[in-house]
Each structure stands twice: as C-alpha cells, then as structure tokens.
Design a binder for this molecule. Structure first.
Ligand code: UFG
Length: 346
C-alpha cells in the first residue's frame, strides 16, 4: 500500500485535505512541527472520516520539522519497511504570516525554503517524485487589474510571497533537470476561509490572527470589540479591498483532483490558481457574515495596511480545464461554516 505524506497536515488547509484523503481511501502520514497547530485535530479527522477502528492504521502522525533531514529520511525508510512506501507528498508546512515575514525574514527563508529543499533532497533519495506544493496568490504582487492568470508576472512584494515564488522556481528547475521524472503541482491559493460544514474542524491559529476572516470571527464572538478595515478609498466597488475568498473544502478538493491528475498523467509541472473567480469586498464580506449568522460586526475604517493590493481575484479557467475542478461552495456557506466551527468551541 502506498502512502501520501502530508507536511503541515494538522494546520488549517492541511487538516481539511487530510480528511478528504482519508475519505478517498488513502493511507496518510502527517508530519507537523505543531508550531502553529495542534495534534488534537487528528482524532477529529479520524472521527469525521468515519474510518472503522480496524482501519486506524490508515493515518499516522509524527512530530517533525521539515528542516530535520535526518528525521525525514528515517520516516521515509520506516514507511518503506512497513510496506507503506511514500509515493507522493502534499507539502503545506510553512510559516505564513505576511507581516511577520517582513520582520523576521531569515526565519521565513529558513523554514519555508530550506525546509522545502531538505524535503526535496529526502524525496529524491527515497525515490518519491510526486509533489503538490502549497503556493499562494501573494506571489503575483501588484497587477494591473487585479484579475490574475497563471501567466501574470510573478513579483511578490513581501518576504512570505518571495519564499513561495522561490520554491516554485526551485521546483521548476528541479523538474527541468529531469523532465521524465517529476510530477509537480504548484497550487496557488487565493483566500481560503470557512471550515468543514460539520463545524468540528476549522482554522485555529495560535495568537492574534492577521487575516480578515478569523478576525471577523473574533469580533462576532466578542473577543475583540470591532474590526479595523484597512482603507476605504481603494479603486474598488465600495472603496474597500476586494479578494477572492474560497471555501477551504473546495481548496482541499483541489488537492484531490491535482493528485489524481499527476498520478494519471506523464511527468510534468503545472501551476494552477485555486480561487472562485469572484471578488468580494471587505464591506460585502461583513454584510454577508452578518446576514447568514444573524450577528452584528462592528467596524471602523483605519489607515491602509502597507503592502495591501486593491483587488486580487483568480482567473480559475486553467483549473477548470486541466483539473476539471470548479469551486462549489458559496460565500454564504463560507461564512456559515466558519461561524459554526467557532460556535462549537464556546
Ligand atoms: N483586512 C482588513 N482588516 C483586517 C485584516 C484584513 O480590512 O484586520 C482586509 C485587507 O486589507 C484585505 C482583505 O481584508 O483587503 C483580506 O486581507 P487578509 O489579510 O485576510 O488577506 P490577504 O489578501 O492580505 O492575504 C491573504 C494571506 C496571504 C495569501 C494571500 C493570497 O494572508 O498569505 O491572501 O491572496 F498569500
């Protein structure tokens, strides 16, 4: 039996993707350093996937930092000995705060880029050449109209984005060094939000979040008094920033189809946007959240945030054409499911 290794598998998108993998019948091994996530999610994933007790061995967890090449190597060898060879990797493990990345660049280059290099070395040494990489729309930086195709020039404006685009570059060079060997998908996520519709798993960052959706949740649960909206004079429909919010389950589903595509086709490297193609402003997001959850989200306009773009929306036609993937969930469902996850923890 083959195993899918999921790095960063206890994190937000990682945990939802692991659930999808289990539901599809895969054997998975999750590794995570747990610097920004908790192992507790494992039992929830097992429960949600309804795998019978005797199939418990389909999911395995090991605490591991991807920069630890020795440990990674031992993990690959151990799985081979157990007759559960790791044949593909879904690589989420990374630090992901844009503001922190500009404050502590070395930490970000080390974890994200050195960590990925160590993972790639170990994959190579252990004859594993199928990889799905968690990339990000942030690699596009400023663009003319905020509508982004995969061919839009890559010009990240923060350290986090630079680490992601550098990894894409490394993966492209690696692929072209042996074009008959590697199967690689760089999936460029737009703004994943929401939670599993059961409300049992969701986004659970340590400390104060920077992203809008977990902050709206904190205002809704009265942990903070109001939301600060960064700027109201952008060149957008209502002056607030426009983003392409996508349900985390649709993003996870994107990994399932990408894995299927890679394994069924010739070695190749693809870069694909995962977004809905629809833009929602900050004010619209607040208003939808309020409506579907029957809540009030107080807010105040403040200065623009450094490095924010007015609009960032995906052209997702490549994902539709190549992977036959299209997002199914509405922004209303994203708001409902995200709040359900919080309510379950009250
Ligand atoms: N915003 C606010 N107030 C806040 C936080 C955000 O008004 O307190 C606004 C921002 O100005 C922006 C929108 O909400 O217009 C979304 O901001 P987020 O911080 O939630 O998301 P970003 O689009 O800035 O960045 C996110 C991730 C990146 C990822 C990128 C991909 O943080 O890691 O999406 O598009 F790369």
């Amino acid at each position: 039996m083959n195993t899918v290794l999921v790095t960063g598998g206890t994190g937000f998108i990682g945990s939802h993707t692991c659930l999808c993998l289990l539901e599809m019948g895969f054997y998975i091994l999750i590794i995570d350093s747990n610097v920004n996530s908790s192992k507790k999610v494992l039992n929830k994933i097992k429960k949600l996937s309804k795998i019978p007790k005797e199939d418990d061995n389909r999911v395995d967890f090991l605490k591991c930092d991807i920069r630890n090449e020795d440990l990674l190597n031992r993990i690959f060898k151990k799985k081979l000995e157990e007759n559960k060879k790791i044949t593909s990797v879904i690589h989420f493990a990374a630090l992901k705060s844009v503001s922190e990345s500009d404050q502590f660049p070395l930490k970000y280059w080390d974890t994200n880029v050195s960590g990925t290099i160590s993972l790639l070395k170990v994959m190579t040494a252990n004859d594993c050449h199928t990889l799905i990489f968690s990339s990000s729309a942030t690699i596009y930086g400023y663009s003319k109209d905020g509508f982004l195709k995969e061919s839009t020039p890559i010009s990240p404006i923060n350290t986090y984005g630079k680490t992601k685009s550098t990894i894409e570059q490394i993966l492209n060079e690696l692929f072209h060094s042996q074009p008959n060997l590697w199967r690689i998908a760089n999936l460029r996520y737009f703004n994943p939000i929401g939670a599993h519709p059961s409300g049992f798993i969701g986004e659970d960052p340590f400390g104060m979040p920077n992203n809008i959706f977990p902050l709206i949740i904190k205002v809704a649960s009265r942990e903070i008094d109001y939301l600060k909206i960064f700027g109201n004079d952008y060149d957008t429909k209502d002056g607030t920033g426009v983003r392409d919010y996508i349900h985390v389950m649709d993003v996870s589903e994107g990994h399932m189809v990408a894995l299927d595509f890679l394994t069924k086709n010739e070695p190749q490297i693809i870069q694909v946007n995962l977004g809905t193609g629809k833009g929602t402003s900050v004010l619209e997001l607040i208003s939808i959240f309020e409506k579907v959850n029957n809540l009030k989200i107080p807010y105040k306009f403040v200065e623009k945030r450094k490095g924010d773009v007015a609009k960032c929306v995906a052209d997702n036609s490549l994902a539709q054409k190549l992977l036959k993937w299209s997002p199914k969930k509405t922004i209303e469902e994203m708001c409902q499911d995200g709040w359900k996850w919080k309510e379950k923890r009250f």
